[in-house]
Design a protein around this ligand. Structure first.
Ligand SMILES: [Fe+2]
Length: 275
């Protein structure tokens, strides 16, 4: 069953894979192998995504964890600042056209990145999974994903999908299928297909993306923060929004009609939360 935190694991794996290729290219360049500069140059977009991701963790995940388990996240926030420094050192080395210094900088960056991501996966996100209430997990992941600029979404899809394995692609696509409005998800499907080429057949074998959305635990998780926001403006939006969210965005708006009817019925039956 796909869960919101699966998206974080998928992004972490993409970071590892990209940095592995960048570091290998920098090392081979330092040994005199030609033609690898475009691969090393990937570090610029890599770091843009890394900064969006770190900012998202600091705005969404870390405060949620702090409320449940104090004083854990601060060390990971310091790690983020150290990764900023690693990027500055790498950027300076590349600008100076110093192949040896560039290789040293990518090795240092990779070492720090791998350690940080491994510790987050094994420690920080385990605590999030175990100690942060499920509705707050969904809300935190929603805040985290909002830090990616919408106008860069096309580039992010083209970057991340080729870097992911089949399982991570499946998890990410299932999550997007549930959280994105249908027109946006349809566009995302086109971008994914362009990004992964022949692997599209495997993804559609795992997820028949043209089919109706299936109920899953992810839907209500994401429905809770949506409900928190919606009820401020639309008092008539009640708990049934979360129930309907179990079936995903695909039927959420048409699903409001049976939801309203259900609420009216429960009012007639005198259920207190529907009064
Ligand atoms: Fe992090």
């Amino acid at each position: 069953m796909t869960e919101p935190l699966d998206a974080v694991a998928a992004i972490h794996n993409a970071f590892r894979r990209d940095m592995e290729g960048i570091d290998a290219a920098a090392f081979d360049s330092a040994r005199g192998k030609p033609g690898l500069a475009p691969i090393v140059e990937r570090f610029r977009f890599f770091n843009e995504v890394l900064v969006w991701h770190a900012k998202g963790e600091e705005l969404g995940i870390f405060p949620a964890l702090e409320a449940a388990v104090p004083s854990v996240a601060e060390a990971y926030e310091r790690d983020h600042r150290a990764l900023d420094v690693a990027f500055d050192a790498l950027s300076a080395a590349v600008s100076a056209h110093d192949a040896l210094e560039t290789a040293r900088a990518t090795a240092a960056f990779k070492s720090h990145l791998d350690l940080h991501l491994d510790e987050e996966d094994a420690h920080l996100y385990r605590l999030v999974s175990e100690r942060v209430p499920v509705p707050d997990q969904g809300k935190a992941v929603g805040i985290m994903s909002s830090t990616v600029p919408q106008e860069r979404f096309v580039e992010v899809v083209a970057w991340i999908f080729p870097l992911m394995g089949h399982n991570d692609r499946e998890n990410m696509t299932r999550i997007w299928q549930l959280v994105l409005p249908p027109p946006v998800f349809n566009r995302a499907k086109q971008l994914i297909q362009e990004a992964i080429g022949d692997d599209w057949a495997e993804l559609t074998r795992r997820i028949p993306t043209g089919s109706c959305p299936q109920p899953s635990l992810l839907g209500p998780w994401l429905g809770i923060p949506q409900w928190v926001v919606l009820k401020r403006r639309l008092p008539s939006v009640r708990w049934w929004w979360i129930l309907i969210s179990a079936f995903g965005w695909g039927i959420q708006f048409p699903g409001m009609i049976p939801g309203l009817m259900l609420t009216r019925l429960l009012r007639q039956l005198g259920v207190p939360s529907c009064q």
